[in-house]
Design a protein around this ligand. Structure first.
Ligand code: SAM
Length: 294
């Protein structure tokens, strides 16, 4: 194992240590002493936004050498960072807020470092996902994290359709721009009566946790501009309806769409799968779009 600060290891691992460090999602007091110690001692901090992390470090009295690592440069930066790690340097990976890799950059770096035999160690801490789940009051023994819902309405509804029969608790991240539309679509596709929790601005001044049916949350947020501001996690209870019998809906739809015009394909798919026609119609248009962009 690594000795924690880099240098020689006794299990065949090479070089330094890549620390994956969680940072606060709002409240700076959530920065752990261990995170501070690592950020203050590594050779290099790989940050999603060096300006933002710079401010965080300065506030804590830490001076660190930084390099930017975000979704647009990660692929290009990884070889250099892995080389530095293999040569014995220590690197801390941080994102703008919360836990790196959870809908944040870092996956390529972690994968490449592990592949190169470098020790990768977590400094666990805040994440919007676990913070929201911890106060939701919905079953959390099993859950499905779906990241962000797609921005375009068609793709968003199709994405919701795919999890309509998922029995585990569902978790999405959402931004202020789309929260109203996403709640309305979730109510329509998943069912207006499903229990849901909307966690907003967790650990910050305007922290709000709304609980109710999807319909209630959708109405509440649509009618209150204050509830549309900030950062959100949407949690929805899993489905209780059994999935429709027969072949997977997409298989049936794809086979029919390959031979028939959309309307006819949808009519037959509804008979075969027992799915609603308007659901299938949206799905069919999405499938066509997906094929066109492949
Ligand atoms: N890696 C981060 C984490 O572990 O929390 C998530 C990064 S993701 C790019 C950012 C999204 O997380 C926001 O758009 C929002 O959906 C959610 N989020 C971040 N901070 C939040 C907070 N304080 N309250 C609620 N949601 C938050």
């Amino acid at each position: 194992m690594s000795n924690g600060t880099g240098g020689p290891t006794s299990d065949g691992a090479v070089g330094g240590v890549l620390w994956v460090v969680a940072t606060p999602i709002g409240n700076m007091d959530d920065m752990s002493p261990r995170a501070l110690a690592v950020l203050g001692s590594v050779d290099l901090v790989a940050a999603e936004d060096t300006r933002r992390t710079g401010l965080l470090l300065t506030r804590q009295g830490i001076r660190a050498r930084m390099v930017s690592l975000h979704e647009h440069n990660e692929e290009a930066r990884v070889p250099r960072l892995v080389r530095a790690l293999s040569e014995g340097r220590t690197v801390a990976l941080v994102s703008d807020a919360g836990t790196p890799l959870i809908s944040d950059p870092g996956f390529r770096l972690v994968a490449a470092a592990a592949e190169a035999g470098v020790v990768v160690r977590p400094i666990p801490g805040p994440s919007a996902v676990t913070a929201a789940l911890s106060v939701a009051g919905l079953p959390t023994d099993r859950f499905v994290f779906e990241g962000f819902l797609p921005a375009r309405a068609g793709a968003r509804r199709a994405s919701l359709e795919r999890v309509r029969f998922e029995p585990r608790t569902l978790v999405w991240l959402e931004s202020a721009h789309r929260i109203v539309a996403s709640l309305a679509d979730a109510a329509e596709v998943l069912g207006s009566e499903r229990r849901a929790v909307l966690a907003r601005e967790l650990t910050k001044r305007y922290e709000t946790v709304l609980r109710g049916s999807l319909e209630e949350l959708s109405r509440r947020v649509a009618s209150d501009p204050e509830q549309q501001k900030g950062e959100f996690v949407l949690i929805v209870e899993g489905g209780t309806e059994p999935p429709p019998m027969g072949r997977p809906v997409d298989d049936v739809l794809d086979a029919l769409l390959a031979e028939l015009p959309v309307k006819q394909a949808v009519r037959l798919a509804a008979v075969v799968t027992g799915e609603k026609k308007n659901t299938l119609y949206r799905r069919a248009l999405q499938r066509r779009q997906d094929w066109a962009s492949e």
